[in-house]
Write a protein of this length. Sequence first.
Length: 436
Amino acid sequence: MENQSFLQKLFKLNQKNTTAKTEIIAGITTFFTMVYIVFVNPSVLGDAGMDKQVVFVTTCLIAAFGTIAMGLFSNLPIALAPAMGLNAFFAYVVVGKLGYSWEVGMGTIFWGSVGLFVLTLFQIRYWLMASIPLSLRVGIGAGIGFFISLIGFKNMGLVVANPATLVALGELHNPQVLMGILGFFIIVVLAARKIYSGVLISIAVVTTLALLFDDSVVFHGVISMPPSLAPVVGKVDIMGALDTALLGIIFSFLLVNLFDSSGTLLGVTDKAGISDEKGRFPKMKQALYVDSVSAVAGSYIGTSAISTYIESGAGVSVGGRTGMTAVVVGVLFLLTIFFSPLASVVPPYATAGALVYVGILMASSLIRVQWEDLTEATPAFITAAMMPFTYSITEGIAFGFISYCVMKVCTGRWKEVNAPVWVVSLLFIAKFVWVG
C-alpha cells in the first residue's frame, strides 16, 4: 500500500485517470516497439568504425537515463533513444562519404545538440520551429525517410551500385538479400496487424536464419557483463569538429533534431490528450530541457544524439499517461545492457528492414503538402528528393530552403518568406560559394 501511495504521489496516477498496472503494461509495450534501436544503432555506427558491443551498451545507457529523466522530471509517458536518420547521416555521409573520422563526425553531432540546448535555454526553440514553413518541415522528415530507406535497401543488398545507371537491382538469388526482404515484410505485415514488437521479431527471425545459412554470422552468446566502454566513451573529438567545412553539417544536425524531437513531443502529447490546441502541455519546459540535455549527453558518449521516439505512442495507446510509463521503459533498457553479445551476432541485412520501415513512417507526412500550390510543393519535393539523390541530408535541406525562396520571390509572394528562412537560405548559399 505504501508503494502504491508513493507511486500515486510521484506520478499523480489518479489525476491522470490511470493505475500502476496500466502504466507498467504501457511501459513494456513502448519498450518492445523501440528496443530494435539497440541492434540497429550499433549496426549503423559499426559501419563508421565504432565498436558494436560498446555502442550497444551506450545506446542502452543513454536511452535508459534519458527516458527515466523524462518520466521523473516531466511526468510524461515519452521515451528517448538515439535518433534514426541522424545516425545514418553520420555513418554513411560524414564518415563514409566525406571521410572524416568517427570521432570528428560525432563531434559535429555534439555541437548540433549543443545548439538545440541553447535554443531551448533561450526559449526560442518552438518559435523557430513554427517559423519554418510546413512544406519544408514535411520535406525534411520525408527526405530523411527516403535517405535511410536507401541505406536499408543497400544493407540488404537489394540496391547496388552500377557505373552505367548509378544504382541497380541486387542479386535476388543471394540468400542475404532474400533474408533482408523477408525481414522487411515481417515488420510491415505485423505492423499492419497492430503487433507492436514486429521490428524486434523480424530481427530475431532473420538473425536466427543467418546463423543457420550464413557462415559469416557467428554466435557469441546471449548474456555477459558489459564490455569496457573505453573504445568509445571519451573519444569524441569536440574541438576537431569545429572546422568551417563542417558548419553546414552541424547546422543540419541541429535542424533535423529540432524538428524530429519537437514534432514527436507534440504528436505524442496530443495522442495522450494532455496538450491543448496550441500544442502546449504540462511541464513542457522540463520536457524540452530533458530532451536537449540528453541529446548533448548521447553525442558526448558516442551514441549519436538522442531524441523523443514516436513509438511512445504505442504505450499511450494502451493507457500510458504518466512518467511511470517512461521509467518502466528506462529500467528495461538498463536490464538490456547485459545482452551485449547479441549485438555482434546481428548482421546488417537483419536490421535493414527496420530502416525501410522507419522510412515509410517518415515519408507518410508528404500527404500534408499542398501539392496544388507549386510554391509549396516544389520545395517539399526538392528537399525530400535531394537527400537520397545527393546522399546527404545537408544538401537536401539546403536546396529545399533555397528553392522555397526562389519560388516565392519569382511568383510575387516574397512576403510569405519570413526572416529565419531567409537567414538559413543565405547561409547555405554562402556555404556553396565559399566552401563548396
